[in-house]
Design a protein around this ligand. Structure first.
Ligand SMILES: [Zn+2]
Length: 317
């Protein structure tokens, strides 16, 4: 039982989850008031409504504000702990959480966020029994728009320096259209050489070319979303052959307007193509090193489930 009275349902893993996107509206309101940061709305019901993403551009706008409200190590610790509580309540025992160090983090000392993340992660492990790992990701558009700030260098350095403190991979996120993966190859080369995994987003708001770029230039071992691989049979076959799993998040795709409805989402076609697999895992030990697992097929969202023993039906989250 977690501190919030949430009862774990079953051992599960969560692999596509954004730290800043997981901030509770009430927590955001409290942080904004504490730090004197103006929000577009100033009460909880209106804030909840503002959190309903209208499209990808609105999502990016919300995300930037969420990041701005994280100022002190205690803020990062609080959000990490609340996130761990939510995960514990859902029966999650292992999670790889994407953290986006934006310009606001670059301007301050690394310890501001990393010490907070580490303190929260330790509390989550000790008090809630949930193991957290970090994917530090490069926001492709933000990096491009701030050429005076070597943000990609900073993020990659932070990821590499943090590899013994919970960082397992380098990611790439943000606006895909107009910001292809290929220019980010040098940073991924450096991270991979240091032993980190490559887990970029691709094939969400852009088509198969973006996925090919992520696979060929960045050495992607797992893909954030990747659903638009369905538009290129040769690519789909390649991903299955190379065992590069997809983290498919149908509700996110609908919320951001990638697909208009679940009925039009390609999950079924991805399953039929053999690109989506699902297995239940046998015990918590299976989840210790999911980044080292390889699957015969691309996984549906929670790919370490393929490291287990019993086959099960695909499920939607
Ligand atoms: Zn994502």
């Amino acid at each position: 039982m977690s501190e919030l009275g949430l009862k774990p349902l079953s051992p599960r893993a969560e692999l596509h989850l954004h730290f800043q996107g997981a901030i509770r509206p009430a927590t955001l309101l409290g942080l904004a008031r504490r730090h004197g940061i103006a929000l577009p709305v100033d009460d909880l019901p209106a804030l909840r409504e503002w959190f309903r993403f209208r499209d990808f551009a609105h999502f990016v706008e919300v995300y930037a504000l969420l990041r701005a409200c994280l100022v002190e190590p205690a803020d990062y610790e609080l959000v990490t702990y609340e996130l761990g509580s939510e995960l514990a309540g859902q029966g999650v025992r292992y999670a790889e959480v994407t953290f986006t160090p934006g310009p606001e983090v670059y301007r301050g000392p690394r310890e501001t966020f990393f010490d907070g993340l580490s303190a929260g992660r330790e509390r989550v492990r000790r008090e809630l029994g949930v193991e957290l790992r970090w994917i530090f990701d490069i926001p492709r558009r933000t990096v491009t728009l701030h050429p005076h700030m070597p943000l990609a260098d900073f993020i990659t350095d932070c990821a590499i320096n943090g590899r013994y403190d919970g960082v397992v991979a380098l990611g790439l996120a943000g606006t895909e259209l107009g910001y292809p993966p290929e220019p980010f190859e040098p940073w991924f080369d450096r991270a991979r050489a240091a032993g980190l995994h490559s887990v970029p987003h691709a094939g969400e708001t852009a088509g198969p070319a973006s996925i090919w770029g992520a696979v060929r230039a960045l050495g992607a071992e797992r893909l954030g979303h990747g659903v638009r691989a369905v538009e290129d049979p040769a690519l789909l076959e390649y991903l299955v052959e190379k065992r590069i799993p997809l983290e498919v998040c149908p509700t996110s795709n609908i919320a951001l307007g990638v697909y208009p409805s679940l009925a039009e989402h390609p999950l079924r076609r991805l399953v039929d193509a053999g690109a989506v697999g699902h297995r239940e895992y046998g015990h918590a030990g299976d989840l210790r090193h999911p980044a080292d697992c390889r699957s015969r097929t691309a996984a549906h969202r929670v790919w370490p489930q393929q490291c287990g023993r019993r086959a099960g039906p695909p499920e939607c989250h």
